[in-house]
Structures are given as C-alpha cells and as structure tokens.
Design a protein around this ligand. Structure first.
Ligand code: SER
Length: 617
C-alpha cells in the first residue's frame, strides 16, 4: 500500500461509517495567539469540541498537517519528525469508547492487516478527579478476544515490566491528553480527557541480539527504547478545566482520535525507521544522488535531519510562511539553515535545497493543493534563504578571522548567529593551532535550548482566556476592517492573513500603495460607526455556493468544505448587512461589544501587500 493509498483508505473507512471528510487546516493557526503552529488534529476543532456546532456535522474525519517545533532537536532518530500528518476521526458528542476502539482495531487488523499479536494498548489509571477507565479495558478485552488473544491487564509496567500483559494502566503523564499536558498544567477553559493509546511491537527479538541497541533493556510499551511505537491515540475528550482548578463534564462527550500517519506506514512495513518508508524514500534518494553517499551507512542522522527539515520547510512555505527573524518565520529560517548545515556534513558544497524540495513537492502536490499550486513560490523562498545563508557563512568566516582565540562559547555564538556547525569552528581553530572545547559549547547550547523551551511554554500559557474575550473582539473588528478597507480603497482589497493577540489585531491585505492619512481616518471612522450602530453578528450554516452568491468573502476558499459557516454583521443577514464572511468564529454577538478601535500602524510587507495594526482605543 502506498502512502497515498493508506491516507485514502483511512478516510474512506470512516466515511463508510458515517463521517464527513474535512480539509486539513493551515499549519499556521488562524486567530489563535496561543501557539505558532497547528500541532495536532484537534487544535482547529477546539470550538466544536467545546460545543459549537460544526458545519459538516458531528462525525468528522481528516488528515491534518501538523508541526511540532519543540521536536527539532529530537529529529535524527528512527521516528521523530517536526512535520507530520495526523489521521483524525472525531465524534462531537455522537459515538464514544465502544465504537471508537472497535473501529480503530478493525481498521488496523482487517483493513491494513497489522498482526493483532503485535498490538498493545494503554488506558488511564485514574486520579482523584477522574476515575480509572475500566470501560476501555472491558472493550479491549473483548476486541482482542475476537482475534483469539487473551488480553491481560496489568499495573505498574513502568516498574514491574510487561508481566505478560497486553493492556497497561498508566497515570496522567502518559494517558491524559490536553494541549498543555497533565491536568494541573491546563489553563481554565481548556478541554481534555483520559486517553487510550495503541502501540505496535517491532519484536521482542530486538532485545535478544547482543549488538542491538535494545539488548537486555527492561522495557515496557511506554518506555523510550523504541521497540514499541505509538501509532494511535483515542482521547475521550469529556472534561473542561474550571477557573477553580476543578474539572467539569463538557456538555457533550467527544472522541478525538489522532493516528501518526508516518508511524502507521512504518508499522505496515514492519520497519523501525519511518525514513525508509515510501514517504521518505524518494527524498532520501535525491539526497543520495547529490551527496554520492548511501543512506544505509554511518550518516543516517544527517540524512534524516535534511529530509525532515526540507519536507517541513516546503509545507510551511506552502502555507505562506516566509523566513524571517520572528515567530513562524524564524522557525522556517532555522529549518532551512539547519538542513544546509547538515548537508555540509555530508560533504555537499553546492546549493542543493531546491532539488530536495522538488522531490518533497512531487510527493505531496496531489494531496495538498497548496503545495502544487504554490510550488514555484515555495522553491524560490527556499532557494533565496539558502543563498542568504551562504552569504552569512562567508561573513561569519570573516568574523572568525578577527577573533584571536576561539573557545566553546565563541563556537556557540558562531553556531547561533551564523549557523556554523561546531565541527566547522573546530576545524578552523585546528588550522590555527587552537582548540575549542566541546563541553563549553554544549553547556551554552543546552542553556539556550532550555530557554527556548520555556519561551514556547510561556507562549502557550496565554491560554483560552484570550480566545474567549479580547481576541474575540479583535476577530470581529477584523471583519469590519476588511469590509471598510474594501469600501474606502476598492474591491481589489482581499485578506492575505491575520494575527490576533490580546494586545492588538494585525491584518494583511492586497493593495499597491501606502494608505493616505485621509484614507486611514475614513477606515477608522467607518469601523467605529459600525461599532456604535450596535449591529448584530449572525452565524449561519449554508452551502458554499449560496454563501458566495450572497457576496460572502472567502479567505482561502479551497480550505472550506461544501457546507460552510458564515458570519454576517448587519441588522438583517439577508437584506441589510455590512460584512459577510466565511469564517469559523468565534465572534462577539453585537458590534457594540467591541469598544472603540484605532489604527496604530500601516506598512508594506512587499509585493503589493500591506499590513495594518489596530487596537482598542
Ligand atoms: N489530540 C490527540 C493527539 O494529538 C489525539 O488526536 O495525540
């Protein structure tokens, strides 16, 4: 089965069971200031898990593009990637544990024919607030028994090992899922719940070989040795954290299932290495051709990092990210530059990112329309960054000439600022008869890593409070702004992107020249008039064609399914309205809830695009 067939088989399996396929959301979340990237399938669906109705119904299936920047340093082993696809099926208060576990078991064992003897599962052991998940244990026992396997449930595998068990109880750290982790780390308003994970066993024989990395390890399904790989996670999303720290049942019991597409492929091939699946093979072959080195040698780590980083860069660029020194752009810059550096370790001296990127595009263009349609722009974005990095390295070499004595700390500065690999600085230093100490470099590196982890955690702590209050106001103001810009500047103005934080709204739009003072005043006063008019904001579901025929604006049209959610601002959503847009919300109920707005800045972001900032006055 090819990767594309696996994706299609999963979607069809759930469509046949009453689910509606929804398109993948962008890797850059819309109007969510709490996180830089879409890092799981549930993230774009949070409002619907909390109770808002979804235009496509209560049973959904998708393959969601996901990106986890915190895993950047882990890439290089057999299974970590920064970009991945998460296969997802969703019950928004329709079905629950019985159907979910049975369907996924059927999918794995009947549809893609994994050997049930190689499957092991975990369930939530319970905590003072939420009981142990004995329902799932019962369901698993009968599912395994249908495959002639007597599944024993065992406690404390972390300390006591497998004990011949097939179902394992784990606590909050392993079997509770929310975007922010364990219950105590969740901000008020955040949904979460106990989960049940499925692991694929690559074989006890791995531990028998003296030379194997797994030899004599006392492992259990959830340890990190690599013999077991998690391939799917059914989250029973039924709780919401309250401001006083307690947990309340959500109005509906949801299922949030996420399956690692790349990992299921690896399990199907019975290979421990996700990079040798058909998904990565063509990418590795391209790198082999450029470097004249084989993947199966001692350079696996370098190959994996290049393949992962170029793949992720293509997908981020396809969703409009441009390399820069801030936010998403910084991450993209880092990925491209790391790929170039690891290319150097393979001895590649010529520009090579373009060729590798082309093989990634070939792999994904049929599946994600953004990749195919934007391929020229993606390639030139990556190529430009590779060239810029080349210039930076030349500059870095000049800087090195000026440093009288190189040491570990300077090596780290060179690494951070110019992207110099430690080995390169070491080599220069050697030429001068100097020595750089790896220990000091490593220390500075780890300090920096810790700092960036804390920063990304801090980023998340913004939490849903922002979502529900001020960001919602700014979101509705964005719709008024969009309509006002089109009224004042003309109908050529279309939204190119937006970003909301608790401090301000930022909006990108197409327009060839700076706004005059007079135009800015007009836009601002129209927005404030509409706010003062106390216009109702009305959500409706309708067919996409009908919405477009009514004049609704659609930002990223191809992202919407057949039935769409539309927000109209005006006294009458049919006859007397000012703004109508395809949008998932959330919004204030009435424009008067926004408060007075003012424009604080307007600037060019290149090639016929402008960026404008507004905040509450
Ligand atoms: N939200 C869960 C995860 O990301 C399952 O989709 O693993």
């Amino acid at each position: 089965m090819t990767p594309n067939q696996l994706r299609a088989t999963y979607i069809k399996f759930f469509v046949d069971r009453g689910h509606v396929e929804i398109p993948s959301a962008s890797l850059v979340p819309e109007n969510d200031p709490t996180t830089l990237f879409t890092s799981s399938g549930m993230q774009p669906l949070v409002p619907y898990l909390l109770g808002q109705s979804h235009p496509s119904g209560k049973k959904l299936v998708d393959s969601q593009k996901s990106f986890r920047s915190q895993d950047i340093e882990e890439v290089g082993d057999n299974r970590h990637t920064t970009f991945f696809e998460m296969l997802g099926n969703w019950s928004l208060g329709e079905y629950f544990k019985k159907e979910q576990l049975a369907w996924f078991f059927e999918f794995l064992t009947k549809e893609i024919r994994l050997d049930p003897n190689r499957l092991f599962v975990t369930v939530f052991a319970g905590n003072p607030a939420v009981p142990r998940d004995i329902d799932s244990v019962g369901i698993w026992k009968s599912l395994f028994s249908s495959a002639n396997i007597q599944a024993k449930d065992v406690e404390d595998a972390e300390n006591k090992g497998m004990q011949g068990g097939r179902i394992f109880y784990y606590g909050e750290k392993k079997n509770w899922w929310s975007r922010s982790g364990v219950p105590s780390a969740m901000p008020a308003g955040e949904p979460g719940g106990p989960d049940s994970e499925i692991f694929y066993d690559f074989g006890a024989e791995l531990q028998l070989h003296e030379t194997s990395q797994f030899a004599h390890q006392d492992c259990h399904v959830n340890c990190d040795c690599g013999r077991f790989m998690e391939i799917g996670n059914s989250v029973f999303m039924q709780y919401q954290k309250q401001a006083d720290g307690s947990f309340k049942e959500l109005p509906q019991k949801n299922v949030d299932f996420g399956g690692g597409f790349e990992r299921i492929l690896a399990a199907m091939d019975n290979t421990l290495d996700v990079f040798t699946t058909d998904l990565f093979r063509p990418i590795l072959t391209t790198i082999e051709e450029i470097s004249h080195i084989s993947y199966d040698g001692k350079h696996k780590r370098n190959f994996r990092i290049i393949a992962d980083h170029v793949r992720a860069s293509v997908m981020l660029a396809a969703d409009g990210v441009v390399p820069s020194n801030k936010e998403q752009g910084y991450v993209l810059r880092r990925l491209i530059r790391r790929a170039v550096r690891f290319g150097k370790l393979l001895g590649i001296q010529i520009p090579f990112i373009l060729e590798v990127a082309q093989s990634v595009i070939d792999q994904y263009k049929e599946i994600y329309s953004d990749v195919g349609e934007n391929s020229a722009a993606i390639l030139s974005t990556l190529q430009e960054e590779e060239q810029k990095f080349g210039k930076t390295i030349t500059k870095g070499l000049k800087e090195i000439e000026k440093v009288p004595t190189l040491n570990g700390e300077i090596a780290f500065t060179l690494y951070e600022t110019y992207g110099f690999p430690f080995e390169l600085t070491e080599e220069i230093a050697r030429e001068r008869g100097q020595q750089v100490e790896y220990g000091t470099f490593r220390k500075a590196f780890e300090k920096h890593q810790e700092l960036s982890r804390t920063t990304s955690k801090g980023m998340f702590k913004g939490g849903l409070a922002d979502h529900s209050e001020i960001v919602t106001k700014y979101h509705t103001a964005t719709h008024l702004l969009h309509a006002a810009l089109r009224e004042v500047l003309g109908k050529h103005v279309t939204q190119q992107g937006s970003n909301l934080t608790a401090e301000r709204l930022r909006f990108d739009f197409s327009h060839p020249q700076p706004l005059t003072e007079d135009q800015k005043k007009k836009v601002e006063s129209i927005i404030n008039e509409k706010i003062a008019d106390a216009l109702p904001v009305t959500p409706q579901f309708m067919k996409k064609d009908e919405a477009l025929a009514q004049g609704a604006l659609a930002f990223f049209q191809e992202k919407y399914g057949d039935t769409v959610s539309v927000y109209t601002i005006g006294h009458d959503p049919e006859k007397d309205w000012y703004s109508k847009e395809l949008c998932g919300g959330p919004h204030v109920k009435n424009t008067q809830d926004i408060g007075k707005m003012k424009i604080t800045k307007e600037e060019s972001i290149g090639s016929g695009k402008r960026r404008i900032y507004l905040q509450l006055a």
